[in-house]
Design a protein. Structure first.
Length: 202
């Protein structure tokens, strides 16, 4: 992709410098070799143009919750969070996330159904957006401990713009939820995370 288009710069506009922004990406998988899929997704994130750095959290495993509620019989999820320092425009980054999902055979037949790989853009700096294509911050992130716990693990002072500190949101979410860290990791530098619970992913 043309570098200026990737930065969301109008071709007719005057050239401008784009500062890197930290984007928060949530990763989830409940089919196949989940740890290998998350590792491959992180490798793909690192290979994107205009991405300077990617820091990932220890994955957490938890029970899938479908539209009908928690389903212990369904394959459990493995979730992680990546902090992506990038100069990609948010919609361009989302397009890349969808391309990485597609490469891993993601099918979108059932809302909140099983998936090989799900990538959500949780936040992009302090940008707010309410379009159907891209809502920022992600509208359900503040209640999802499988996002909040790994995020707090790698960014203890993080905030969801307009919602509050991630650690405080996690404490609220954890009162009604349980999950546990697993040994599989997308980054050997990770530490283990606090308990959390899987919720429907979309
Ligand atoms: P998914 O749940 O990944 O299948 O995404 C469903 C739809 O949500 C896609 O069409 C996205 O364009 C849209 N969407 C809106 N906001 C976001 C966001 N923050 N992160 C990921 N997808 C989003």
């Amino acid at each position: 992709m043309n570098r200026r288009l990737a930065q969301g710069i109008d071709a007719d506009a005057a050239p401008q410098r784009v500062d890197p922004v930290v984007a928060v990406v949530a990763l989830g998988a409940n089919l196949g070799d989940r740890a290998a899929t998350l590792d491959a997704a992180v490798t793909a994130l690192r290979a994107l143009p205009l991405v300077d750095a990617v820091v990932t959290a220890t994955p957490v495993e938890s029970v899938a919750v479908t539209l009908n509620g928690p389903d212990a019989a369904a394959p459990a999820y493995l979730n992680s969070v990546a902090l992506v320092t990038t100069r990609l425009a948010p919609t361009v980054l989302l397009d890349y996330l969808h391309a990485i999902e597609a490469r891993h055979g993601r099918e979108r037949r059932t809302r909140w159904g099983d998936r090989t790989l799900d990538l959500d853009l949780i936040a992009y700096g302090d940008v707010s957006s309410s379009s159907e294509r891209l809502t920022l911050p992600h509208p359900r992130a503040a209640e999802r401990d499988f996002v909040l716990a790994p995020w707090a693990d790698i960014a203890p002072d993080a905030e969801i713009p307009g919602r509050g500190r991630v650690t405080e949101l996690l404490a609220v979410a954890a009162r009604t939820a349980r999950a546990h860290p697993v040994s599989a990791s997308t980054d050997p530098a990770h530490t283990e995370v606090a308990p959390g619970l899987q919720e429907p992913q979309s």
